[in-house]
Design a protein around this ligand. Structure first.
Ligand code: GDP
Ligand code: MN
Ligand code: MN
Length: 245
């Protein structure tokens, strides 16, 4: 029977800088070709040494102004600015575009689980992280780096893909037909996000200690597509106006 399965990798330790995630996963799970390995960005960041002490940040005038309005630590705001190329919303929370193109609250920086006075930045280049982990696995697997995000218009957080390798971001339905024989003109399905959402569900958000989920039996394109909408095509973003840091 061709059944799709998804499973957390059990027994992953606390990850620290320099850890080889591919080996840690392979030691605990017998991967096969076409497996899809979903990894929480949190541990990718930790392995890449993206923990920062707040004390290293020197808030500039923009951070000081925003921190006053947000009632948050100016050093934290400075960190968000340094990870961002554009601010979309200034209050009641900071929504920014990260340097690698992902839109997230506080540039996806986590201030939990990093230790007191410390923060955890997202990986600098999650696409490169995903590819690095993928090529370290002898099997022909795909890798998705996930993060939990809030969503506009909808309550509740969900997992999204912030980096991927060995899988196309979207499944392109253009040129396919619907049940009534009409050609689909625009549908591009963001499959890496759909998969990331289920992975995130299996990982949990708390102290489960399960940052890796393997899917087997999924049929997915190996390449193609993009996830981050180009600025000039983004109607919603245009309505938010322009606030460069
Ligand atoms: P994010 O969604 O990438 O921001 O990651 P979360 O903080 O929500 O963590 C996702 C999952 O990974 C949860 O099950 C956490 O308990 C787990 N987790 C986070 N860090 C580690 C770690 O260093 N080791 C292990 N084993 N699990 C971790
Ligand atoms: Mn996160
Ligand atoms: Mn999470």
């Amino acid at each position: 029977m061709d059944i799709i399965s998804g499973q957390v990798v059990k027994g992953m330790p606390l990850v620290k800088e320099g850890d080889d995630l591919a080996s840690m996963i392979m030691e605990r799970f017998a991967l096969q070709d076409n497996d899809l390995v979903c990894i929480a960005s949190t541990i990718v960041s930790k392995s890449e040494g993206r923990v920062r002490g707040l004390a290293r940040y020197r808030p500039g005038p923009v951070a000081l102004r925003l921190a006053g309005r947000l009632r948050s630590d100016p050093r934290f705001v400075q960190a968000v600015l340094e990870e961002s190329r554009e601010i979309l919303i200034e209050t009641p929370f900071l929504l920014t575009v990260t340097k690698f193109g992902h839109v997230g609250v506080n540039a996806g920086i986590d201030n939990s689980n990093a230790g007191p006075g410390r923060i955890l930045l997202l990986p600098e280049d999650p696409m490169a992280s995903a590819e690095r982990i993928r090529i370290a696995m002898p099997e022909d697997c795909a890798v998705i780096v996930t993060d939990t995000c809030g969503r506009p218009f909808r309550c509740g957080v969900a997992g999204v893909a912030i980096g991927w390798a060995g899988i196309g971001a979207v499944r392109d339905w253009r040129g396919e037909f619907d049940l009534e024989g009409r050609a689909l003109a625009i549908t591009q399905e963001a499959i890496v996000d759909e998969i990331a959402a289920m992975a995130n569900f299996l990982m949990g958000e708390g102290d489960d200690g399960t940052p890796v989920v393997i899917f087997r039996g999924l049929d997915y394109p190996k390449e193609g597509g993009r996830l981050f909408r180009p600025r000039e095509m983004d109607v919603i973003r245009a309505r938010l106006g322009d606030h460069r840091p």
